[in-house]
Write a protein that binds this ligand. Structure first.
Ligand code: ZN
Ligand code: ZN
Length: 270
Protein backbone atom coordinates (compact mmCIF):
# COMPACT_ATOMS: atom_id res chain seq x y z
CA UNK A 1 0.00 0.00 0.00
CA UNK A 2 1.34 3.45 -0.83
CA UNK A 3 1.50 6.14 1.82
CA UNK A 4 -1.33 7.95 0.06
CA UNK A 5 -3.57 4.92 0.05
CA UNK A 6 -2.72 4.24 3.68
CA UNK A 7 -3.64 7.75 4.71
CA UNK A 8 -7.02 7.56 3.03
CA UNK A 9 -7.83 4.03 4.25
CA UNK A 10 -10.74 3.98 6.66
CA UNK A 11 -10.69 1.59 9.54
CA UNK A 12 -13.73 0.90 11.63
CA UNK A 13 -12.68 0.60 15.26
CA UNK A 14 -14.93 -1.77 17.15
CA UNK A 15 -13.40 -2.19 20.60
CA UNK A 16 -12.83 0.02 23.64
CA UNK A 17 -10.72 -1.62 26.35
CA UNK A 18 -10.46 1.14 28.93
CA UNK A 19 -13.68 2.32 30.57
CA UNK A 20 -14.76 3.42 34.05
CA UNK A 21 -18.46 2.79 34.77
CA UNK A 22 -17.93 3.82 38.41
CA UNK A 23 -16.09 7.01 37.53
CA UNK A 24 -14.09 8.15 40.55
CA UNK A 25 -16.03 6.67 43.48
CA UNK A 26 -17.45 3.31 44.51
CA UNK A 27 -20.74 2.71 42.70
CA UNK A 28 -22.00 -0.84 42.95
CA UNK A 29 -22.53 -2.47 39.53
CA UNK A 30 -26.24 -2.63 38.69
CA UNK A 31 -28.14 -2.83 35.41
CA UNK A 32 -29.03 0.86 35.91
CA UNK A 33 -25.33 1.74 36.04
CA UNK A 34 -24.16 -0.57 33.25
CA UNK A 35 -26.93 -0.66 30.62
CA UNK A 36 -26.22 2.94 29.45
CA UNK A 37 -22.67 1.77 28.65
CA UNK A 38 -24.04 -1.03 26.48
CA UNK A 39 -26.40 1.43 24.77
CA UNK A 40 -23.57 3.89 24.13
CA UNK A 41 -21.30 1.13 22.83
CA UNK A 42 -23.95 0.11 20.32
CA UNK A 43 -24.50 3.72 19.25
CA UNK A 44 -20.74 4.19 18.78
CA UNK A 45 -20.51 1.03 16.64
CA UNK A 46 -18.48 -0.81 19.28
CA UNK A 47 -19.05 -4.54 19.52
CA UNK A 48 -16.38 -5.41 22.08
CA UNK A 49 -15.63 -3.44 25.24
CA UNK A 50 -14.10 -3.97 28.64
CA UNK A 51 -15.02 -2.45 31.99
CA UNK A 52 -11.78 -1.46 33.70
CA UNK A 53 -12.58 0.44 36.87
CA UNK A 54 -9.70 1.48 39.12
CA UNK A 55 -8.68 -1.22 41.57
CA UNK A 56 -9.43 1.07 44.52
CA UNK A 57 -13.12 0.72 43.62
CA UNK A 58 -13.04 -3.07 43.32
CA UNK A 59 -15.79 -3.46 45.93
CA UNK A 60 -18.25 -2.02 43.39
CA UNK A 61 -17.56 -4.72 40.78
CA UNK A 62 -20.17 -7.48 40.60
CA UNK A 63 -19.53 -10.32 38.15
CA UNK A 64 -23.15 -11.51 38.34
CA UNK A 65 -24.32 -8.08 37.17
CA UNK A 66 -21.85 -8.25 34.27
CA UNK A 67 -23.27 -11.68 33.36
CA UNK A 68 -26.80 -10.27 33.48
CA UNK A 69 -25.73 -7.40 31.23
CA UNK A 70 -24.27 -9.92 28.78
CA UNK A 71 -27.57 -11.83 28.72
CA UNK A 72 -29.51 -8.64 28.07
CA UNK A 73 -27.13 -7.55 25.27
CA UNK A 74 -26.23 -10.68 23.34
CA UNK A 75 -25.05 -8.64 20.34
CA UNK A 76 -22.15 -7.16 22.36
CA UNK A 77 -19.02 -8.67 23.80
CA UNK A 78 -18.64 -7.30 27.31
CA UNK A 79 -15.40 -8.07 29.11
CA UNK A 80 -14.83 -8.02 32.85
CA UNK A 81 -11.69 -6.08 33.60
CA UNK A 82 -9.94 -3.79 36.04
CA UNK A 83 -7.19 -1.17 36.01
CA UNK A 84 -4.43 -2.09 38.45
CA UNK A 85 -2.80 1.12 39.63
CA UNK A 86 0.50 1.57 41.43
CA UNK A 87 -1.42 3.25 44.26
CA UNK A 88 0.86 2.93 47.31
CA UNK A 89 -2.15 3.06 49.65
CA UNK A 90 -4.83 0.95 47.96
CA UNK A 91 -3.28 -1.27 45.31
CA UNK A 92 -2.01 -4.02 47.63
CA UNK A 93 -5.67 -4.85 48.30
CA UNK A 94 -6.34 -4.47 44.56
CA UNK A 95 -3.64 -7.00 43.71
CA UNK A 96 -5.10 -9.50 46.20
CA UNK A 97 -8.57 -9.02 44.73
CA UNK A 98 -7.24 -9.58 41.18
CA UNK A 99 -5.46 -12.78 42.25
CA UNK A 100 -8.64 -14.03 43.89
CA UNK A 101 -10.85 -13.22 40.88
CA UNK A 102 -8.34 -13.87 38.09
CA UNK A 103 -10.48 -16.54 36.41
CA UNK A 104 -13.53 -14.29 36.25
CA UNK A 105 -11.56 -11.42 34.75
CA UNK A 106 -10.99 -11.20 31.01
CA UNK A 107 -8.54 -8.36 31.06
CA UNK A 108 -6.31 -6.41 33.46
CA UNK A 109 -4.73 -3.06 32.65
CA UNK A 110 -1.54 -2.01 34.44
CA UNK A 111 -1.09 1.69 35.16
CA UNK A 112 1.32 4.08 36.81
CA UNK A 113 -0.46 7.09 38.32
CA UNK A 114 1.85 7.71 41.29
CA UNK A 115 5.42 8.96 41.48
CA UNK A 116 6.93 10.03 44.81
CA UNK A 117 3.78 11.45 46.37
CA UNK A 118 1.57 8.67 47.80
CA UNK A 119 -1.41 10.98 48.24
CA UNK A 120 -1.75 12.53 44.77
CA UNK A 121 -1.98 11.02 41.30
CA UNK A 122 0.60 12.88 39.21
CA UNK A 123 -1.92 12.89 36.35
CA UNK A 124 -4.45 15.01 38.24
CA UNK A 125 -5.08 18.11 36.16
CA UNK A 126 -3.90 20.66 36.96
CA UNK A 127 -2.70 19.82 40.51
CA UNK A 128 -0.33 16.98 39.57
CA UNK A 129 1.84 19.28 37.46
CA UNK A 130 3.36 20.66 40.69
CA UNK A 131 5.15 17.32 41.13
CA UNK A 132 7.32 18.17 38.10
CA UNK A 133 8.36 21.66 39.21
CA UNK A 134 12.08 22.24 39.68
CA UNK A 135 12.96 18.63 38.91
CA UNK A 136 14.91 16.91 36.13
CA UNK A 137 12.28 15.83 33.61
CA UNK A 138 14.57 13.11 32.21
CA UNK A 139 14.95 11.72 35.75
CA UNK A 140 11.17 11.75 36.28
CA UNK A 141 10.70 9.92 32.97
CA UNK A 142 13.29 7.30 33.96
CA UNK A 143 11.59 6.85 37.34
CA UNK A 144 8.15 6.65 35.69
CA UNK A 145 9.21 3.93 33.22
CA UNK A 146 10.91 1.98 36.03
CA UNK A 147 7.52 1.95 37.76
CA UNK A 148 5.84 0.79 34.52
CA UNK A 149 8.23 -2.18 34.45
CA UNK A 150 7.35 -2.90 38.08
CA UNK A 151 3.64 -3.09 37.24
CA UNK A 152 4.40 -5.25 34.18
CA UNK A 153 6.46 -7.56 36.40
CA UNK A 154 3.57 -8.29 38.78
CA UNK A 155 2.37 -10.94 36.34
CA UNK A 156 -1.16 -9.65 36.98
CA UNK A 157 -1.64 -7.48 33.89
CA UNK A 158 -2.47 -8.22 30.26
CA UNK A 159 -1.86 -4.76 28.85
CA UNK A 160 -0.20 -1.49 29.86
CA UNK A 161 -2.44 1.58 29.91
CA UNK A 162 -1.43 5.06 28.65
CA UNK A 163 2.22 4.04 28.36
CA UNK A 164 3.65 7.57 28.31
CA UNK A 165 1.18 9.18 30.74
CA UNK A 166 4.17 11.01 32.28
CA UNK A 167 3.89 13.54 29.42
CA UNK A 168 0.35 14.55 30.45
CA UNK A 169 1.16 18.11 31.54
CA UNK A 170 3.39 18.68 28.52
CA UNK A 171 6.81 18.07 30.14
CA UNK A 172 9.29 16.67 27.62
CA UNK A 173 12.63 15.08 28.45
CA UNK A 174 15.76 16.47 26.84
CA UNK A 175 16.79 12.97 25.75
CA UNK A 176 15.37 11.17 22.72
CA UNK A 177 12.32 9.25 23.94
CA UNK A 178 13.56 5.93 22.50
CA UNK A 179 16.53 5.90 24.86
CA UNK A 180 14.14 6.28 27.82
CA UNK A 181 11.49 3.80 26.73
CA UNK A 182 13.38 1.00 24.94
CA UNK A 183 14.16 -1.02 28.06
CA UNK A 184 10.46 -0.88 28.98
CA UNK A 185 9.33 -1.96 25.49
CA UNK A 186 11.82 -4.87 25.63
CA UNK A 187 10.31 -5.86 28.95
CA UNK A 188 6.74 -5.65 27.63
CA UNK A 189 7.69 -7.73 24.57
CA UNK A 190 9.48 -10.34 26.68
CA UNK A 191 6.38 -10.73 28.83
CA UNK A 192 4.11 -10.81 25.78
CA UNK A 193 1.93 -7.94 27.02
CA UNK A 194 -0.10 -5.53 24.90
CA UNK A 195 -0.18 -1.75 25.09
CA UNK A 196 -3.14 0.51 24.44
CA UNK A 197 -3.65 3.32 21.97
CA UNK A 198 -5.55 5.76 24.15
CA UNK A 199 -7.41 8.79 22.91
CA UNK A 200 -7.49 10.18 26.49
CA UNK A 201 -4.26 12.05 25.76
CA UNK A 202 -6.16 14.18 23.25
CA UNK A 203 -8.36 15.44 26.12
CA UNK A 204 -5.40 16.43 28.32
CA UNK A 205 -3.04 19.42 28.35
CA UNK A 206 -0.45 17.53 26.26
CA UNK A 207 -3.12 17.02 23.53
CA UNK A 208 -1.42 13.94 22.06
CA UNK A 209 -2.35 10.27 21.76
CA UNK A 210 -0.94 7.88 24.39
CA UNK A 211 1.61 6.78 23.42
CA UNK A 212 3.26 9.27 21.07
CA UNK A 213 4.25 8.46 17.49
CA UNK A 214 7.88 7.52 18.18
CA UNK A 215 6.85 5.00 20.85
CA UNK A 216 4.23 3.53 18.49
CA UNK A 217 6.95 3.05 15.85
CA UNK A 218 9.30 1.38 18.33
CA UNK A 219 6.51 -0.86 19.64
CA UNK A 220 5.63 -1.88 16.08
CA UNK A 221 9.28 -2.77 15.42
CA UNK A 222 9.12 -5.05 18.46
CA UNK A 223 5.88 -6.67 17.29
CA UNK A 224 3.98 -5.48 20.36
CA UNK A 225 0.19 -5.61 19.95
CA UNK A 226 -2.28 -2.82 20.57
CA UNK A 227 -5.73 -2.37 22.08
CA UNK A 228 -7.88 0.70 21.35
CA UNK A 229 -9.06 2.71 24.33
CA UNK A 230 -10.85 5.89 25.34
CA UNK A 231 -10.42 5.80 29.15
CA UNK A 232 -14.07 6.89 29.30
CA UNK A 233 -15.23 8.07 32.71
CA UNK A 234 -18.77 8.56 31.38
CA UNK A 235 -20.65 6.35 28.92
CA UNK A 236 -20.89 9.37 26.61
CA UNK A 237 -17.10 9.21 26.22
CA UNK A 238 -17.03 5.62 24.92
CA UNK A 239 -15.07 5.47 21.68
CA UNK A 240 -14.17 9.15 22.06
CA UNK A 241 -12.13 10.45 19.09
CA UNK A 242 -11.97 6.98 17.52
CA UNK A 243 -12.26 8.40 13.96
CA UNK A 244 -9.01 10.33 14.57
CA UNK A 245 -7.43 7.23 16.07
CA UNK A 246 -8.53 5.16 13.07
CA UNK A 247 -6.87 7.67 10.77
CA UNK A 248 -3.64 7.53 12.75
CA UNK A 249 -3.65 3.72 12.72
CA UNK A 250 -4.18 3.76 8.96
CA UNK A 251 -1.23 6.14 8.61
CA UNK A 252 0.94 3.76 10.64
CA UNK A 253 -0.39 0.68 8.81
CA UNK A 254 -1.67 -0.90 12.03
CA UNK A 255 -4.25 -3.27 10.56
CA UNK A 256 -4.92 -5.47 13.58
CA UNK A 257 -6.26 -4.90 17.02
CA UNK A 258 -6.29 -7.20 20.00
CA UNK A 259 -9.13 -8.20 22.28
CA UNK A 260 -9.11 -10.44 25.33
CA UNK A 261 -11.24 -13.25 26.70
CA UNK A 262 -10.18 -14.70 30.05
CA UNK A 263 -6.75 -13.16 29.49
CA UNK A 264 -6.39 -14.92 26.12
CA UNK A 265 -5.34 -12.40 23.51
CA UNK A 266 -6.91 -12.56 20.06
CA UNK A 267 -5.72 -10.47 17.13
CA UNK A 268 -8.51 -9.29 14.88
CA UNK A 269 -8.24 -7.49 11.52
CA UNK A 270 -9.69 -4.01 11.20
ZN1 ZN B 1 -5.23 5.30 34.20
ZN1 ZN C 1 -8.38 4.64 33.47
Amino acid sequence: MTADQASTAKYRLFSDYHTHPQGHRVQRYTQALLQPWADSARRAGLTDSAFTDHDRYHTGIDFDEIDRLRERNPDLRIRAGIELDNDPIHSAAGRNWIEKHWDKLDFVLGSVHFLDRPDQMFDSVPGGAAQFEGRSIAAIYADYFRRVREIAATGLVDCLAHLDLVKIHGHRPGAEIGSLVNETLDFIRARNLAIELSTAGWRKPVNELYPGDRIIELAMEQGIHFTTASDAHSHAQLGDKFPSLAQKMANFGIGQICVFEQHDRMQLPL
